[in-house]
Design a protein around this ligand. Structure first.
Ligand SMILES: C[S@@+](CC[C@H](N)C(=O)[O-])C[C@H]1O[C@@H](n2cnc3c(N)ncnc32)[C@H](O)[C@@H]1O
Length: 219
């Protein structure tokens, strides 16, 4: 894990719900439809067990920041891009959330301690199939390339979720619009038997998969 301080270079600022979000060249532009992920997460948080929220593949941090805004919850953001982490730190400060937010500039498999548990995990991995990334020339490859079937990084997120989601907790995982939820739902039991796919919300540009950890069955 390295320091989040990095030069931000050329930046642009846009609205994301009530938040102003700044992102640098080389960081994926916040997509307006993904406020739906924040809103679903915020809804879940109302009844979630106590504890910090974990956001995996946080980019400029907007999805997690909007999810915890007004909740008083602390947020841990993880992204391997130093510049995205610098953006997230800046955006947290401007939102008045700096004291609630910890930014971890790290790869997914190195970011979370063995004893750490979270009641809510938000994950937004790259999910474009490698063969299709040329369809999105405006997006940084490292932010969208999900490998051969688009699910390589999503599976890393599931490994973190299986390890770090607390009993009774919920994960909201963003995926592509075409069949990816069904693929991961079929694989879910191989990660942990007490993880259950409980709901899906479909949008024209993506899908959100809700996964719950059964409170009483964790081994
Ligand atoms: C689709 S972007 C999402 C960013 C942000 N949530 C958004 O909506 O703009 C995926 C993010 O995952 C990060 N990422 C990709 N692979 C990663 C890995 N193995 N570990 C940590 N972060 C990763 C990228 O740097 C990128 O910021």
């Amino acid at each position: 894990m390295t320091s989040v301080r990095a030069p931000m270079g050329e930046t642009e600022t846009i609205g994301f719900g009530p938040l102003d979000i700044t992102f640098s060249e080389g960081v994926i532009r916040p997509r307006p439809w993904t406020t739906a992920q924040s809103e679903w997460a915020a809804e879940v948080l109302l009844d979630a067990p106590a504890g910090r929220v974990l956001e995996l593949c946080s980019g400029a941090g907007h999805i997690g920041l909007l999810a915890v805004l007004g909740s008083g919850r602390d947020l841990v953001c993880v992204d391997r891009s130093a510049i995205a982490c610098a953006n997230a730190e800046f955006n947290a400060e401007r939102a008045g959330l700096a004291s609630q937010v910890e930014i971890r500039n790290a790869a997914l498999d190195e970011a979370i301690g063995a004893e750490e548990e979270f009641p809510l995990v938000i994950a937004d991995p790259p999910w474009v199939r490698h063969a299709d990334i040329t369809r999105f020339p405006e997006d940084p490859v490292t932010a969208i390339d999900g490998g051969d079937d688009g699910l390589v990084i999503a599976r890393l997120c599931l490994r973190v979720i299986a390890r770090a989601l607390m009993p009774g907790g919920t994960a909201i995982l963003q995926l592509g619009p075409e069949g990816q939820v069904e693929v991961l739902a079929a694989e879910l039991p191989t990660y942990a038997e007490d993880l259950v796919h409980t709901d899906t919300r479909h949008y024209s540009r993506g899908a959100l998969m809700r996964i719950d950890r059964v409170p009483s069955c964790r081994t």
